[in-house]
Design a protein around this ligand. Structure first.
Ligand SMILES: C[S@@+](CC[C@H](N)C(=O)[O-])C[C@H]1O[C@@H](n2cnc3c(N)ncnc32)[C@H](O)[C@@H]1O
Length: 244
């Protein structure tokens, strides 16, 4: 895949490598697109930059079903959890595989559980796109599987599901001591429900609750102001629960 950026509008377009490319700003011929030039002038005399897509570009184009976690939140989760290429992760629900593809690129192994078959199909498509062979996908409820996972085998348990307490109230022996359960919680009511359970069971320590905010700026000729972007808004609370 190639990325085209219009110099005039700043719009991004994604070219799959076949044929001409048409968009509302005009078109580019197949010959131009394969010329090896990195600046192209289209049919409306607009200048386009052309690049090979990187993983960030591919992430923008992944198949979407349920709401995907944002890059701003994933970046913090990866940095804050201390995971690396030796880490083994279990996550639920898989959703569209947004978090799965990130963890898969960084960690030794990822096992994702997803309760809905239609969502599993989306995840499978996205895993193929990212050519990940270290990810296992199970159709099922993580709450029913968590106690079957080997003791002290996990470096991270990531929960992006409506009712994380279904998993948290189980025996979490699979998670190594000092490692995290991270709950991704779009609602404050969910956050309070988890906090209540932890207070009762005391098997985890609430080390941090964070909301990640980014602010993107548009620097464009005489315009310099914050961008209007949906991912600048609130997305979710990140709750870091440390296993003792
Ligand atoms: C918001 S989506 C997760 C999005 C995902 N993190 C991503 O980045 O694409 C929540 C998913 O959790 C799944 N789910 C809900 N309860 C579950 C459970 N007990 N076990 C496994 N998956 C579950 C839902 O079917 C849904 O696909």
């Amino acid at each position: 895949m190639k990325v085209l950026i219009s110099r005039k509008t700043g719009n991004y377009y994604y070219y799959n490598g076949i044929g001409e490319y048409h968009c509302k700003e005009g078109f580019l011929t197949e010959e131009q697109l394969h010329s090896g030039e990195n600046i192209l002038i289209n049919s409306k005399q607009r200048e386009f930059l052309i690049f090979e897509a990187n993983k960030h570009d591919e992430f923008q184009k992944i198949k979407r079903g349920p709401q995907i976690i944002t890059e701003k939140d994933l970046g913090y989760i990866i940095a804050r959890s201390g995971i690396d290429k030796t880490s083994h992760i279990v996550e639920a629900g898989g959703g569209s595989g947004g978090a799965t593809t990130f963890f898969g690129r960084i960690c030794k192994s990822v096992h994702t559980y997803e309760i809905r078959e239609d969502h599993c199909k989306i995840i499978e498509t996205n895993l193929k796109k990212f050519e990940l062979d270290n990810v296992e996908l199970t159709l099922g409820d993580l709450a029913e599987h968590i106690e079957t996972i080997d003791k002290d085998s996990l470096d991270l348990l990531f929960l992006d599901m409506p009712e994380p307490n279904m998993v948290l109230e189980k025996n979490l022996d699979a998670l190594k001591s000092g490692r995290y359960v991270i709950c991704y919680l779009p609602n404050v009511s969910q956050l309070l429900e988890v906090a209540k359970l932890i207070a009762e069971k005391q098997h985890l320590y609430i080390e941090e609750v964070t909301e990640v905010q980014t602010r993107h700026w548009r620097i464009w000729e005489r315009v310099s102001r914050p961008e209007f972007r949906s991912d600048q808004d609130f997305t979710a609370f990140l709750m870091f629960l440390r296993k003792n």
